[in-house]
Design a protein around this ligand. Structure first.
Ligand code: ZN
Ligand code: ZN
Length: 339
């Protein structure tokens, strides 16, 4: 049997292990993808540290995958070998339960699958994925450019376009990191009056170069008060992982404003009066399905939005993951297989 490289975690808290495995065969309704690039996401810590209930080990993480369709299983009609595709966080759903029949595929109660958690992900030369989880990648994007759009990109793009904000509205992006540097670009290109908020002043030149209209240093200024001076935000996209930073901006929401939460943070505090007076809301958003990934990539090609990436070869996955964890990467870390 032909072999491939894979990087797996064998137990919660265990190290990344570079192993040789048999190349998997696609079953009915599945495709096999020859991986070219896979982004490293903060959520890969769920596999590394064992924070996902019921996760089966060993597991290959990775849900920002771009590669070439290499084989298709029985019954797959929408994909053929040679197509360039991507797979993101949403790894499949049943299509028949009440949630799916309502179009709420993320809420599937029968067969919700998460890439790199329910089945082996993209830290490998090949993976097998459900055909329903696969997105077409445009020719205009290289594998390294496209990979981070499969989670960081889709999450920020999709949350912004469902935030209720319209062209010309004041929109704030809280946190300028892996998610936030994409969030600023998408917000600008969607026509929002975009305010970037981060701790310290060192990210101001970058935020401005990405098109931000204003920059707020949350250590030197009260971001909520400053947003109110600018008229109040129609939406604030919270990409940070600190609950207190999210709590601190709620007062910057304008009338009918929405705090869109996409960073997995510790608990935050919300004032009922802030919500009631001004009919404001707090809403969570998860990434999206394969067609949302396609929309994200198409918009990125159209508007020139790109992720800034640091690239490592697959065999240096442990080093690459540590770089992501350090918070020092500018801004996403991407593994490449050389294929
Ligand atoms: Zn992710
Ligand atoms: Zn379902």
């Amino acid at each position: 049997m032909p072999k491939m490289r894979a990087v797996q975690i064998s137990r919660p808290g265990g190290p990344f292990e570079l192993v040789e495995r048999e190349i998997p065969q696609p079953g009915p309704g599945q495709v096999r993808i020859k991986v070219q690039a896979c982004g490293i996401c903060h959520s890969d810590a769920l596999v590394k540290e064992g924070h996902w209930p019921g996760l089966q080990y060993p597991r290959v993480p990775g849900h920002e995958i771009v590669g070439i369709v290499d084989a298709v299983g029985a019954g797959v009609t929408q994909w053929t070998t040679g197509q360039r595709v991507g797979v993101g966080w949403h790894g499949g759903h049943c299509g028949g339960c009440d949630a799916c029949r309502s179009g709420n595929f993320f809420g599937c109660t029968v067969a919700l699958q998460i890439t790199g958690i329910s089945f082996d992900g993209g830290y490998a030369d090949y993976l097998v994925a459900p055909a329903i989880a696969v997105a077409k990648v445009p020719d205009d994007l290289s594998p390294v450019e496209a990979a981070p759009l499969m989670c960081a990109g889709i999450t920020t793009y999709n949350a912004l376009r469902h935030s209720g904000a319209r062209a010309g509205d004041l929109v704030a992006i809280l946190g300028i990191g892996g998610l936030g540097h994409l969030g600023v670009q998408y917000a600008v290109k969607m026509g929002f009056k975009t305010v970037a908020i981060a701790r310290g002043s060192d990210k101001e030149p970058l935020a401005k170069s990405l098109g931000a209209w204003r920059y707020l240093d949350s250590q030197a200024q009260d971001p909520a008060a400053e947003l109110q001076k600018l008229g109040g935000a129609r939406a604030i996209l919270a990409t940070v992982t600190q609950g207190d930073a999210m709590s601190a901006v709620q007062g910057g929401l304008g009338i009918n404003g929405t705090l869109m939460v996409i960073g997995a943070a510790q608990s935050m505090q919300i004032s009922p009066l802030v919500l009631i007076n001004g009919r404001r809301s707090v809403k969570g958003w998860y990434s999206g399905t394969a067609i949302d990934s396609q929309d994200t990539m198409a918009f990125s090609v159209l508007s020139g939005v790109r992720s800034m990436n640091e690239v490592f070869p697959l065999e240096k996955a442990a080093e690459a993951y540590a770089r992501m964890e350090s918070g020092k990467a500018r801004f996403r870390v991407v593994l490449t297989t050389g294929q």
